[in-house]
Design a protein around this ligand. Structure first.
Ligand code: CO
Length: 439
């Protein structure tokens, strides 16, 4: 895929993924079209060498894997990315009636967004709804495909100091406007029910979040930018999935792990701190007819690439970045490091990944926080608590992380796919922590 096609495919994937549930659904369709077989966590697994499989948890996390055809002394080569992004979640009693005949929605922050970026733009709702049907409870995905809500700013004439910096009160300032004079509180459930062709009485519960309706685009005089909602981390979800699909490795189990709830600490049953990856790898090992010792030996020779976007140097605020370890848009895949090990990168894992990128002709750059600033956290160090393996933290350079509309370089996604495809396809042999061979 050339880089412009790649950016357009990325934009389509993001448009089809308005919530973490939809992101997983989008990935499932892509995997099924590529011949991957679905495995339920409720069943006992029977796997064939050479086969391709995936399993999901909570409908919002997914692990896809390809089994090599000769797995005598096997190991895992894995990527991780996250399906969720900062947004606002609808409370279970969502109607705020008034003032003066107005109807607003009651929402709560999910993750650490830049609040003001959510104002004055068309929004909608997406997520899952639990529906009562024939004595059972069914999950339905809901994405209302029209401009439905908006959070209006206060006019500058009523808040003269707004440009001095304004602290939004999330209970007061960020309630989306739903209706004025036309609808009442019950109409929220009725609207959801109509979308799903059920009755309001059938709706038992929902996990619904606000969606920015502005579609992604490639822009700039030389088409060098791509902007869209949720580039963190759907850009890495897209790149790691495409790389797994395009790769081939007869001697390893290659794994693409996509976790929900990274933006709220990863502590849920489907997050990077959960047993999902460990359980999946243990079941793969058992289905290959191998024992506990084999699994531990496989893990000792395994490698994880944790993929979560990185901060590019800001054009108006270069002083916020480290003097040297500051990525640029369109300059390649970013390897992130942190002395405190919030990023898992160390000399061994950096050397392995750099070497793979060099072989694939993919440029790399480095990110480290300013030494007087605390940075963000990510997946790799958390997933390592359940599945401890050699690991590197990478990402694609972007601006405005956690804005409702983020910006990246239009060249970088294609490079990430090339790098990760080379990673999955390389036969890695890791001998403890002393020697690595790449074939
Ligand atoms: Co992220």
């Amino acid at each position: 895929m050339d880089h412009q096609t790649c950016s357009q495919e990325l934009i389509k994937t993001i448009a089809a993924s308005p919530s973490a549930f939809h992101a997983v659904d989008t990935v499932v369709r892509r995997l099924e079209a590529a011949g991957f077989m679905a495995l339920s966590e409720n069943d006992t697994w029977t796997l064939e060498p050479g086969g391709s499989y995936f399993t999901t948890r909570n409908g919002s996390s997914l692990i896809a894997f390809k089994l090599g055809s000769s797995l005598d002394n096997y190991h895992f080569q894995m990527s991780a990315a996250h399906t969720d992004s900062p947004t606002f979640k609808l409370k279970s009693q969502p109607a705020l009636s008034g003032p003066d005949g107005v109807l607003r929605l009651n929402v709560e922050a999910y993750g650490g967004m830049i609040d003001y970026t959510w104002l004055d733009r068309p929004l909608s709702l997406a997520g899952r709804v639990m529906v009562e049907k024939d004595g059972a409870i069914e999950t339905r995905l809901l994405s209302i495909d029209r401009d439905l809500l908006l959070i209006p700013s206060v006019a500058v004439h009523m808040n003269r100091d707004v440009n001095q910096g304004y602290a939004f009160n999330r209970q007061v300032d960020l309630c989306p406007l739903f209706s004025v004079g036309e609808l009442s509180a019950e109409d929220i459930d009725r609207l959801i029910a109509d979308e799903l062709s059920v009755t309001p009485e059938q709706i038992l519960a929902h996990d619904l979040v606000l969606v920015n309706r502005q579609p992604g685009c490639v822009w700039g005089a030389a088409k060098e930018f791509v902007s869209a909602p949720k580039l963190d981390d759907l850009q890495c979800v897209f790149a790691s999935l495409e790389a797994l699909l395009a790769s081939d490795n007869p001697h390893a189990v290659t794994v693409c792990a996509l976790f929900d709830n990274e933006e709220v600490g990863s502590g849920s049953k489907q997050g990077a701190l959960s047993t999902l990856l460990r359980d999946t790898l243990a079941r793969v090992n058992a289905a290959l007819g191998k024992g506990e010792q084999d699994l531990l030996a496989a893990l000792a020779g395994s490698f994880m690439v944790s993929c979560d976007n990185a901060h590019a140097v800001h054009p108006n605020h270069p002083e916020l970045a480290d003097e040297k370890n500051r990525p640029q848009l369109n300059a390649g895949v970013v390897i992130k490091e942190h002395a405190g090990q919030l990023y898992t990168t160390d000399a061994l894992s950096r050397a392995v990944f750099e070497s793979i990128c060099r072989g694939a002709n993919v440029p790399t750059q480095t990110f480290a926080n300013r030494s007087d600033k605390r940075g963000g956290s990510t997946l790799g160090n958390l997933s390592n608590r359940q599945v401890s393996v050699h690991s590197v933290d990478i990402g694609l350079p972007q601006l405005a992380m956690h804005s409702a509309y983020e910006t990246a370089g239009s060249h970088d996604t294609a490079w990430a796919i090339e790098a990760l495809k080379a990673f999955f396809s390389t036969d890695l042999h890791i001998d403890g922590s002393s020697r690595v061979t790449l074939r």
